[in-house]
Design a protein around this ligand. Structure first.
Ligand SMILES: NC(=O)c1ccc[n+]([C@@H]2O[C@H](COP(=O)([O-])OP(=O)(O)OC[C@H]3O[C@@H](n4cnc5c(N)ncnc54)[C@H](OP(=O)(O)O)[C@@H]3O)[C@@H](O)[C@H]2O)c1
Length: 180
């Protein structure tokens, strides 16, 4: 099973403002749907509660929360990131998507296999950020497509795909906290 992060990230790493997405990029939303359709989507309770608010159709939604009384129809609930990943993995899904938000990205960025980052080429105001990451030792850019702003997309943007770096033997490079 491949564990994939999917996120839209501004030039200053902003991903959210007041519990909402701070940009509306129609082409990105279409791609998000195409990539995630039919798969498990894992998300923090704040992302579910404010951005999604009802299950994303055609996908197995898993909401991560510490709140024992959280309940929502049509979603599975997990008490930890590990539990969410285990639930999705047990289903036999070949690709599981981490939808965010900031807290969940921070807890998964060092164990994900792939990242689909929509880089928004603008600095936007916000209060939630995508974590910094090492695109030399830990991640390799494996695909890039660039787009101009147009009537459906407020800002110019790029679809960037990063895969976890491999060592000489082809094994994925684990995160090294010491940076060496
Ligand atoms: N640009 C993008 O691609 C993108 C994608 C997604 C979201 N966003 C934005 O990101 C913002 C939300 O992000 P956020 O960081 O505030 O919140 P979040 O990551 O969506 O959710 C945080 C919540 O998840 C639960 N949680 C986190 N870690 C947990 C753990 N280890 N075990 C159990 N539960 C855990 C907690 O829920 P409880 O409090 O219920 O315990 C916590 O309050 C919004 O502005 C949203 O629009 C942007």
């Amino acid at each position: 099973m491949r564990l994939s992060i999917i996120a839209a990230v501004a030039a200053n790493r902003v991903i959210g403002r007041n519990n909402r997405l701070p940009f509306h990029q129609s082409t990105d939303l279409k791609r998000f749907k195409a990539l995630t359709m039919g798969h498990h989507v894992l998300m923090g309770r704040k992302t579910y509660g404010d951005d999604v608010a009802k299950p994303l159709p055609g996908r197995a939604n898993v909401v991560i929360t510490n709140n024992p009384s959280f309940a929502a129809q049509g979603v599975a609930i997990a008490r930890s990131v590990d539990e969410a990943i285990a639930k999705a993995g047990a289903s036999g899904d070949d690709e599981v998507f981490i939808l965010g938000g900031g807290e969940i990205f921070r807890q998964t960025i060092h164990r994900a296999d792939r990242m689909y980052i929509t880089q928004i080429h603008a600095e936007v105001e916000g209060d939630t950020f995508f974590p910094e990451f090492d695109d030399v030792n830990e991640w390799h850019l494996t695909d890039r497509e660039d787009f101009e702003a147009d009537e459906k997309n407020e800002y110019p943007f790029s679809f960037l795909t990063y895969d976890r770096a491999s060592d000489a033997a082809g094994n994925p490079v684990p995160f090294d906290e010491q940076g060496g």
